[in-house]
Design a protein around this ligand. Structure first.
Ligand SMILES: NC(=O)c1ccc[n+]([C@@H]2O[C@H](COP(=O)([O-])OP(=O)(O)OC[C@H]3O[C@@H](n4cnc5c(N)ncnc54)[C@H](OP(=O)(O)O)[C@@H]3O)[C@@H](O)[C@H]2O)c1
Length: 378
């Protein structure tokens, strides 16, 4: 029988939307129908019909990561059960913590990481189709998730960002943003007129810390890895910025912080931190956020920093941002408010394509990013 294209299309729509009766429809028949719908370009998804991709941690890191450490795989997704939803990644984050954290996983594990995307099928009323979400789903294009079965890393529906891009849920309105917000405010207690030094200053967390400190009336000095990054920091309002690759950090810091350093937000550790701590004032506060200077290398030798701690009566505290899980939305809302008031600028370094995740990750570790490094999944 010859069918007109319009009739054929209508028939397919009916098959997809009306004839899906749980009693008559087997999984394989449903899957076949959904495949047809996908091929004909309509928004009618089934997890089993999707060609999902994921990046595997194929070889244990030694030194700087290389392409050999990663392998691209396809995966078949299970059919959705009650409580499940199916998420499609739109942006995936590449973060420094992935380098040390992956050392705790065996080769062959999924690469860990956060992503923002859309719910494209759902049997969970809290995650309806079309919702924009954040999930700690790793480097994968599609994820079937049942939050009730997860002990930690609960996904969440993103609050409305207005006209701002959803990718900010990985940066200034997500984990790095909350790291800057809670890390600085809770651990350093900044006061107007005090001096803050931030290392890793042109990255996702660092530039944000400096901007909050400026909003609070502090003097802010950033330390970053190129003249271009230092200029960007000054354009953002930092009082001074020091290129740690070319400058005598001690000498430049003495000039940039003539009244000494009251707070140090440390993203890098090692010799940079040793130098900053020498210039701390009495009762100075140090928030230890990260030690990226040794993620790819042996730990740098430094002289005993505890001497400075005693005589200057410093307070030094390490933290992991998940400490403030119960106040997560408070941080996002405060940062969103500052953005909307023009008091907080954001910048992203965007790499295109799921297949380029390892390249984006390796590039970020080498300082290739300014602001937040994210990968756009096409
Ligand atoms: N504690 C927490 O909960 C938490 C949460 C998020 C992040 N962190 C930590 O915070 C730090 C910054 O994270 P982020 O997400 O904002 O990353 P990021 O700063 O956006 O990116 C990493 C940056 O580190 C710098 N870098 C690389 N090697 C370095 C070295 N040997 N010495 C000094 N700087 C180096 C590079 O910039 P340059 O060009 O300036 O070298 C690079 O752009 C990391 O240590 C991360 O582990 C901690």
């Amino acid at each position: 029988m010859l069918l007109s294209p319009l009739f054929k299309q209508t028939l397919e729509l009916l098959r997809c939307y009306i004839f899906v009766s749980p009693t008559l429809m087997t999984d394989s028949l449903l899957s076949e129908m959904m495949q047809t719908a996908l091929v004909s370009g309509r928004r009618c998804y089934s997890s089993s019909a999707i060609a999902a991709k994921k990046w595997i941690y194929a070889k244990v890191f030694k030194g700087e990561p290389t392409q050999e450490n990663f392998q691209l795989h396809t995966e078949n997704l299970p059919a959705l059960k009650d409580g499940d939803f199916l998420a499609q990644a739109e942006y995936i984050s590449v973060d420094p913590y992935m380098r040390p954290y992956m050392m705790a996983y065996p080769a062959g594990s999924l690469m860990i990481g956060g992503q923002v995307g859309k719910v494209i099928d759902s049997k969970n009323a809290a995650f309806p189709v079309g919702a924009s979400i954040f999930g700690q789903f790793g480097w994968r294009t599609h994820t079937v998730c049942n939050p009730a079965t997860m002990k930690a890393d609960q996904p969440y529906v993103l609050p409305s960002f207005g006209n701002l891009p959803i990718s900010l849920g990985l940066g200034v309105l997500g984990m790095p943003g909350n790291t800057a917000y809670f890390g600085l405010l809770e651990l350093c207690s900044p006061k107007k007129g005090e001096t803050v030094v931030v290392s890793g200053a042109a990255g996702a967390v660092g530039n944000h810390v400096g901007q909050i400190a400026k909003n609070l009336g502090c003097r802010v000095v950033g330390i970053a890895g190129s003249d271009a990054k230092c200029q960007w920091l000054k354009d953002l309002g930092f009082d001074e910025a020091i290129n740690y690759k070319t400058a005598n950090i001690f000498g430049e810091l003495k000039k940039a912080a003539p009244k000494g350093v009251d707070m140090y937000f440390d993203n890098v550790g090692g010799q940079i931190s040793e130098t900053v701590i020498k210039l701390m004032n009495l009762h100075g506060r140090i928030a230890v956020c990260g030690t990226i200077s040794n993620y790819n290398t042996a730990v740098e030798k430094v002289t005993d920093p505890l001497r400075q701690m005693v005589f200057k009566q410093l307070k030094m505290e390490g933290f992991v941002v998940w400490r403030w899980n119960d106040r997560w939305m408070e941080g996002i809302e405060a940062n969103l408010k500052w953005i909307n008031e023009g008091k907080l600028k954001w910048h992203e370094t965007v790499t295109e394509g799921f297949d380029n995740l390892p390249i984006a990750f390796m590039d970020m570790l080498k300082g290739g990013n300014t602001g937040k490094a994210v990968v756009k999944i096409n």
